[in-house]
Design a binder for this molecule. Structure first.
Ligand code: NDP
Length: 452
């Protein structure tokens, strides 16, 4: 094990040191997970449900503590961080209702009866990025545990603290030892070991499309199932018939929430040409009004970026860009960046095609409905998007035409624990959340009983 400095991105100060797992320690944790699974899979559905409810209650009791920890470790504004801790509570609560409803079927067949059993897969390896450390962890571990699996979870090196605390709270809630283990470590060490270790039977990965691709090809060696939640380059499509004031007021935070470090960020704004200039004029005050600063302050809309490296990566996209408008940013230490709106020169412009993952959004005009759908789909990604119009027929036509997993009309919300979440095309494989999430953590076994 090696010690690793964890920074506060708002101050650049070292918060704490975390011991990173190496391959040997990872293998030992996986072996413990296999052993824990032998008894966890036979805990009755009612008892598993009760334990998840208790885990949810303990998270609720520690919501403020978890939120404050995320403010310090990830630089998330405190209001966002409270929502994120509350989301873990809610997701646990939602999936605590699942074990007792997770049943098989009997199927009439010739010569006897066939029945199916939803069986746990075994050890599930969860690899979590730094942008939403708590929710993304909970979206995987809650349904995986509900379905009777054990979990080894690797948080991002930059943001391990809330996941480590959630691991402790699981024990406090009475979950058996080693059923949920949190293993801080490097992606190419711990994460990679989840891919190659034969006792890890499923991998859930959220992060960049490049690493997701390598996780998937590694898992193919053992025909290991994967759920992948990858990048996005999501379109916010604004029609001339929309409530332009509402669309212009909402567009900045649709792109800049979590400093734009969000796979659902609306980082492409498509505006119908007849209202293009009008829309930009209405949006400018909202961009200037984004409060960028101390994430611990209740009034802050946007905190720092996660690291110096991420900030210089994002700033790289602005070198040769046509900047239309910017907001403000604090001076001094911290990985700060001002929210920035750029004019894309064409749909092939890098600012319009690449996942920038920072507070940068690109605007481009479109002609008509057909043109809007064509431009929205001119991307390798397909995660989310928004459509602003007062015409319900158009809203549905465009929603059906855009190749993305999560679309919202006259809103930018993408995530609800009770509805499926995931991407088309290179935004991923599989769906998280919603009523069917346990299917991704289940093997279906069919048993036939002859009636002779
Ligand atoms: P990565 O995809 O590298 O990281 C995501 C997670 O995967 C982290 O826990 C990381 O570990 C782990 N990881 C890294 N390499 C491997 C590997 N070889 N095998 C298994 N796991 C691995 O994202 P970055 O942090 O490098 O961010 C780069 C860009 O990726 C961002 O700018 C953004 O564009 C995109 N991204 C998208 C996200 C999304 O939600 N869609 C989330 C995060 C990033 P560790 O970092 O601890 O070494």
């Amino acid at each position: 094990m090696t010690a690793h400095d964890v920074l506060n991105p708002a101050t650049e100060e070292v918060l704490t040191h975390v011991e990173l797992f190496d391959v040997e320690a990872t293998d030992a944790a996986i072996a413990r997970s296999v052993r824990a699974g032998q008894s966890w899979r036979s805990v009755s559905a009612a008892d598993r449900a009760a334990l998840l409810r208790r885990f949810s209650d303990v998270v609720a009791d520690h919501q403020e503590e978890l939120a404050q920890l995320e403010v310090r470790n990830a630089g998330h504004p405190v209001g966002n961080a409270r929502w994120e801790a509350g989301n873990v509570r809610d997701v646990l609560q939602y999936y605590s209702g699942a074990p007792e409803r997770h049943t098989g079927r009997t199927i009439p067949v010739a010569g006897g009866t066939a029945m199916t059993f939803p069986e746990p897969i075994g050890v599930v390896g969860v690899i979590v990025p730094w942008n939403f450390p708590m929710p993304i962890a909970g979206w995987a571990f809650a349904p995986a545990l509900a379905a009777g699996n054990t979990v080894v979870l690797k948080p991002a090196e930059l943001t391990p603290l809330t996941a480590m605390r959630l691991g402790e709270l699981a024990l406090e809630a009475g979950l058996p030892t080693d059923v949920l283990q949190v293993l801080p470590g490097a992606g190419n060490v711990v994460g990679q070991r989840f891919v190659t270790h034969p006792d890890v039977r499923k991998v859930v990965f959220t992060g960049s499309t490049a690493v997701g691709r390598s996780v998937m090809s590694g898992c193919a060696e053992q025909i290991k199932p994967v759920t992948l939640e990858l990048g996005g380059k999501n379109a916010n499509v604004v029609f001339a018939d929309s409530d332009l004031d509402a669309a212009a007021a909402a567009a900045p935070m649709g792109a800049f929430d979590n400093s734009g470090q969000d796979c659902c960020a609306r980082s492409r704004i498509l505006v119908q040409d007849s209202v293009f200039d009008d829309f930009l004029a209405r949006m400018e005050p909202a961009v200037r009004a984004v409060a960028v600063g101390d994430p611990a302050s209740e009034d802050t809309d946007m905190g720092p970026l996660i690291s110096a490296q991420q900030r210089s990566r994002v700033e790289g996209y602005l070198q040769d860009a046509d900047i239309l408008m910017t907001g403000s940013r604090p001076d001094g230490p911290g990985f700060w960046m001002a929210p920035t709106v750029v004019r894309a020169r064409a749909a092939s412009d890098l600012v319009f095609t690449e996942e920038i993952f920072g507070p940068v959004t690109a605007v481009l005009p479109f002609r008509d409905e057909e043109d809007a759908i064509r431009l929205a789909n001119e991307t390798a990604y397909g995660l989310s998007g928004s459509i602003w119009t007062r015409d319900i027929g158009r809203a549905l036509r465009v929603a059906r035409g855009v190749e993305a997993g999560n679309l919202s009309v006259n809103s930018h919300s993408s995530v609800r624990y009770s509805t499926p979440f995931g991407g088309f095309k290179q935004s991923g494989i599989g769906r998280e959340l919603g009523p069917d999430a346990l299917d991704a953590f289940t093997e279906t076994k069919t048993v036939f009983i002859a009636d002779n």
